[in-house]
Design a protein. Sequence first.
Length: 221
Amino acid sequence: MSVTLDQYQQDAMRVCAPLTVARESLASDSLLHVMHAALGLTSDLDELLHNTDATNAVAEAGDCFWFLCRGYTALSIDMQASVIDAPDRYLSPAALTAFGSNPEGQAVSLVRAAQHEAATLCDVIKAAIFYGKTKFKVPNDQGAEITDATLETAAAIRLNHIAAWLALYCRMVLHKPPRDVMAANTAKLKARYGEKFSQTAALTRNEDAEHAAVAETAGLH
């Protein structure tokens, strides 16, 4: 049995969630900001995976830290030193074992692990916005799933997992402390915006100046 493309598209859209639910969900500014973080992490982790050189890798990792901060701030929580400074203690033994057996190589497998968490965060946000879901399954410290977590808790756990994998990437691949990568990101954004955001600066970037700021701050000259 087959179907025409037009027929499939019509059949598929019969069960599309009405936008009334999404509009009600997006009345919350915090959810919009968490969505911004999830979208940014998804795109920038892919850019990190395909970085072109050491300076570009530091820049993309720094961008990922920025989007983590966007998510944390939207949820009114602080980035945790225990996650950034000791990521191998935060991640479950099962997750670290799976990472260690990944045949793709250290750099790729670390980013892939973070990408998996970012995709799961997107799924949480999708269900909250378009389906009105309020309770979620999340992993506990042993990696087993527990139920009935709030959106805020589920999102925070996924952000922490991304932060932990990203911190490991900084240490094991870039051979730099995560805080040094954050400092390079601050320098990059200052080169782009000065002291505060402007739409014009966001759309008319001086990439050479940003690259130089990252390289100098990260000691990559």
